[in-house]
Each structure stands twice: as C-alpha cells, then as structure tokens.
Design a protein around this ligand. Structure first.
Ligand code: ADP
Ligand code: MG
Length: 575
C-alpha cells in the first residue's frame, strides 16, 4: 500500500476524535476559551443532549474579523508561542486545536466582536469546510454555535448515550466551572429551561447554591483550610446527610483547574469513613493549590487528568482537610450513650428519668452516702417518661447490657444500673411496709472493724426499720437473724461489712437510712461483667417494670437506651 498524505479534512477528523469525545467535551473546550478570553458571564444552551445544538456565549475580549479563519485552523492559538511557554501556562486552552476539531465534525459558526469594534463578524464552517467571514450585529464577546455534532461521524454518534446522560455530563462540566470560578456568572439552559445559574458574585457560597440548590447548599460546609508544606487545600464539602447516589457531584480542582483523580476521590471518601452508607458519595468541591512545577497538567489530551510530583502528600492533605471539617461539624458524642462509631450522630436516644436532664451529674466513681446527688431523683420526682414497655430479651452484650426488643425498637439495658434501681425501690418500699423481712435459717455472724463498728454505732434501730433483725454479739460483732426481703442471704455478711466501711469513710449522712439503702442496692446488684441466664435477665426486666423509676439507676444514670425502629431504618439507609 503506497504511503499517501492524508487530506486536511481527514487529519482534522482524526484529531477531532482525541479532543472531542462527546458533547460535554465540546462544551468544556468552548467555556475554557471563554474564560481565557476574560469572560465575566458565560451562557450555555443545548438541545437534545448537545447533539442538535450547543451554543456558548461569552462577554470576553472577542476576535477581529480577520482572526476568525485562523482560530478554526489547527495549531493556531493566541496563547502559546513556543514550548517553553508550556511550563508557565496559566490559560486553559493551549493546543490550538479545539475549534478546528469541533468545526470538523459539526455545522459550526463562530461570531465575535471585540470591544473596540462597532459590530461583529461571523464565520460558518460546515463539517470542516469554512465559508466566508460576514459582518453581523451583536454585543461584545463571542458566540459559538455547534449544530448536528458528529453527523458525519456515525461511529462517534452511535457511541453517544441517551440525551439525559449527555446532558448530565455537560451539567457536570458547567458545575465544575461555576465552582472553580465563583467570580464568573454561569448559566446553563437545557431545551429552554435553566438548569444551573450562578450570580458571579465571587463568593463560593453563592456558586454552591447555584450548582446544588439552596437547600442542599445549606448542608455544605467550608473546608477547614489546610496548609502543609507547599500544598494548600480549601473548598467546601457536604455533610453526610446530603450525600448522593453517584460520584458526579464531587469536584476536584488543582490550581483552579477541574481535574479527575481516583486517588484524591478515594482520600476524600476515606475521610467520610463510616459516615456514609454503601453506595452514597460525598458532594462538594475540594481545591488543591501547589506550585505549578509540582503538577503536570499536560498528560491527557483533554487535560482532565494530572500527574502530581508527590501524590501521596496531596492525598494526605486532602484527607486531613475533609476529616477535620467533618469532625468539627458533626454533633459530639453524648457522654455515656452508645454510638456505633465515634463520628456518627448519636443514634441512641437516652432515656433519662430526670426532670431536668441538664442537672444530671457525672456519675460518681464511688457512691457517697453523705447526701443524694442532685441527679439521684427522690422517689417523689415525677417520671419524665413512661415505664419500660414489655420487652423480649434477646441476649447480653459484654456481660453488662441486656439486649431486648420492645414495641418501639431495640433496648439496651444496663444490668447493674437496672438491678440497682430495682433493689433501691424495694428497700425503700419494704421499709415503709415494715414487714418484708426474711428470717435466716441460721443467724449470721458479721465481724466489723473498729471503724466499721463506730460508723454503725447508734443505728441499730435504723437497721431494724429497714428489715434487719440484729443483736450486738460482742463489741465489734453483729448477729443477724433476719434481713430485708430484697437482699440475698448468701452475701449479706460481706455486703453489710462493705456498707459499714463506706459509711466509715464519709461524714455521717444526713439521711442515714436512705444512704444505707443506696449502698446496699449498689453492693447487692448484679455487677457489670456478670454472665446472666435468659431467665435471670427476664426476671430482672420484670422487676424493673415494677420499679417506680425504672429508667434511671440509683445515681441518676440511664438504665436503658432505646434505638427506635425509625433510627434503625435510618442507620441502614432504608429511609
Ligand atoms: P486554544 O484555546 O488552545 O488556543 P482553540 O482552538 O480553542 O485553541 O482556540 C483558538 C484561538 O481562538 C484561541 O487561541 C483564541 O485566540 C481564539 N478564541 C477561541 N475562542 C475564543 C473566545 N470565546 N473569545 C475570544 N477568542 C477566542
Ligand atoms: Mg481552546
């Protein structure tokens, strides 16, 4: 086969394939030209996904009539004279082939008027064949009209997707532009309807509202700015609530240019870690600035991908900025409640039976019998919420929490706190009833230290009122014949010793009996870390249901937390 020189039209068509992949790439080239021309306002109009019509109008510097034929020739550019210029590039376009390529595969027209001219000029190029330059009345700037894109390249045309998909690609190009340049007014009209409009105020918030809509933009927060070495990161990202079902609403800018980078997207998604459900993706704009010699923008024909000198460092800075921002904007973890990850909004509603939740004190490490803490709601306090409903026990978590199902959701019950509450209620009630005592088969001997005995001195009548039948058996020995019905005989000697020990360490309590009740309840209750059988757990929950203040332990801490059906559904993305 003899070697032949390809005719100019063929060369252009082949080149066009590299630059002009689809309508969105045409739009990208045209708006970048408009920006290079110093436009302050850019209006883009399309019909049928860009196949029928793409029109880009700007108010930039325009061109003289005699420049129009040059602009549509290959390798003609006003932006680059030699290779050395490439390194210093600040404009978007530089290859001088976009207009040539687009006009080779469409019914193309460019009309332009520089500010100094009284009127404009236009040049039509039909599928690579230029016509004559003609005068035209128009405002200052440039209008490029592209009709019937790829009409002469059936292979390319077949490769295009549905109109809606091509439109979405174009919209993404314009969203990126609008976010990269909040100082430029951007309008996008699809089949006669405005799909995107930013005011060009120069403020990112306004651009965000124009791109995402005001409601979504309200959940987009400024990035905590990061500067690490030569790399700076700024921008704005959406809180997890406004995540989307695809990755098309997140934009990356490097030195003001929109780029694609799997690595940086991964770094951002990583920063959201557990905050997003599977299949949800962050939105927003993350802008990286670094010295131009640390990034190569000339690796892809349409300049969408870049090569970083130190990609890891860039990714780390981006990750850090996003992570910090999320941490500072998400609600803090509530103190003792259960959450599933340190960053998630509190998923579990705490059930606190205290009239004023702000009065709940931090739980004391050792129970002080001196006086009830403010949170230790006296039994006369009105319950703030209803009783626990009937619960079906499912199991035990960490041998500390009973997991149960109720009519309104899933409950986690602190076994120690719950049991303590049950015992306290019983001790108080039995004391009023006066007759709820259990006689021991054999009297028990309780040996006390000197300090313990002193603490107990003079309080045998109080012990009796609580249901203890005891005699002094020696100077420091008690003989127990009966104990309150709520307590367990097997451990009572030790519990009484410990109770006296606690009393000995503190100033005498104002309400001695109440203090003893609190201590006994705490020391007798099942401990955290104690394995319980299903039967024991059921019995405990039944007793808890009888307790007057079933929802808080003796120290005002919650005994139960509820994860409602609604919360479960939200956590698993069913709503
Ligand atoms: P490049 O942008 O790489 O220079 P293009 O083929 O996109 O190549 O454009 C060729 C030339 O046409 C540009 O260098 C510029 O001088 C001129 N031009 C294109 N579009 C515009 C516009 N909207 N306003 C003013 N001049 C333009
Ligand atoms: Mg260009």
């Amino acid at each position: 086969m003899p070697i032949v020189r390809l005719d100019e039209a063929t060369v252009r068509r082949i080149a066009a394939g590299e630059v002009v992949e689809r309508p969105a790439s045409v739009v990208k080239e045209l708006v970048e030209n408009a920006l290079d021309a110093g436009a302050r306002a850019i209006r883009v109009e399309i019909a049928a996904g860009g196949r029928e019509l793409i029109r880009v109008q700007d108010d930039g510097c325009g061109m003289l009539p005699e420049e129009l034929p040059l602009a549509v020739e290959r390798h003609t550019t006003s932006k680059l004279r030699d290779f050395a210029d490439l390194a210093r590039l600040t404009t978007y376009g530089f290859r001088g082939e976009a207009l040539a390529a687009i006009s080779a595969v469409s019914d193309f027209e460019i009309a332009s008027r520089p500010p100094a001219s009284g009127h404009g000029a236009r040049l039509r190029v039909r599928f690579g064949k230029p016509g004559r330059v003609e005068p035209v009345g128009m405002s200052v700037g440039t209008i490029v009209t592209v009709r019937d894109l790829f009409a002469t390249v059936p292979a390319r045309r077949r490769f295009l997707r549905q109109d809606a998909t091509e439109t979405a690609y174009i919209q993404r190009v314009l969203a990126a532009l609008a976010l990269a340049r909040p100082d430029v007014r951007v309008e996008f009209v699809v089949d006669g309807r405005t799909a995107l409009a930013t005011p060009g105020s120069g403020r990112l918030v306004d651009a965000l509202a124009g791109v995402y809509g005001a409601e979504t933009a309200a959940s987009i927060v400024s990035l905590e700015p990061i500067e690490s070495g030569e790399i700076a990161v700024h921008g704005a990202i959406g809180l997890p609530a406004v995540a989307r079902a695809n990755r098309q609403s997140l934009f990356l800018l490097v030195n003001g240019r929109w780029i694609e980078s799997r690595t940086l997207v991964a770094a951002i998604e990583q920063a959201y870690h557990t905050l997003l459900m599977v299949g949800r993706y962050p939105i927003g704009v993350v802008a990286v600035s670094l010295p131009p010699d640390r990034v190569d923008v000339n690796v892809h024909p349409t300049k969408r991908e870049v090569r970083f000198a130190d990609e890891r460092a860039v990714a780390a800075a981006v990750h850090e900025a996003v992570r910090r921002t999320l941490l500072s904007h998400l609600p803090a973890q509530p103190p003792p409640a259960v959450t599933f990850s340190p960053l998630e909004p509190p998923v579990i509603q705490r059930r606190l039976l205290v009239a004023d939740p702000s009065r709940v004190p931090p739980p004391p490490p050792v129970i002080s019998p001196a006086a009830p803490a403010p949170g230790e709601a006296p039994s006369s306090a009105p319950p703030a919420e209803g009783r626990l409903p009937i619960l079906r026990v499912l199991g035990q978590v960490r041998q500390s929490y009973i997991i149960a199902e109720g009519p309104d959701g899933m409950y986690l019950i602190d076994q120690h706190a719950a049991h303590e509450r049950v015992l306290l209620e019983r001790l108080r009630r039995d004391q009023r009833a006066g007759d709820r005592v259990q006689y021991l088969l054999e009297p028990q001997v309780v040996e006390l230290s000197a300090a313990q005995a002193t603490a107990l001195q003079g309080h045998l009548p109080d012990l009796a009122a609580l249901g203890f039948v005891a005699e002094e058996f020696g100077p420091r020995t008690l003989l127990l014949r009966a104990i309150p019905a709520a307590l367990k005989p097997t451990t009572i000697a030790r519990v009484l010793q410990e109770t006296c020990e606690a009393l000995a360490q503190d100033a005498p309590p104002a309400d001695w009996r109440e203090a003893i009740c609190l201590l006994l309840a705490c020391k007798t209750a099942v401990k955290a870390g104690q394995l319980l059988s299903l039967e024991e757990m059921r019995a405990l929950l039944e007793q808890l249901d009888e307790a007057e203040l079933g929802h808080t332990c003796a120290h005002g801490r919650p005994t139960a937390v509820l994860l409602t059906h609604g919360q479960l559904e939200r956590e698993f993305g069913r709503r």
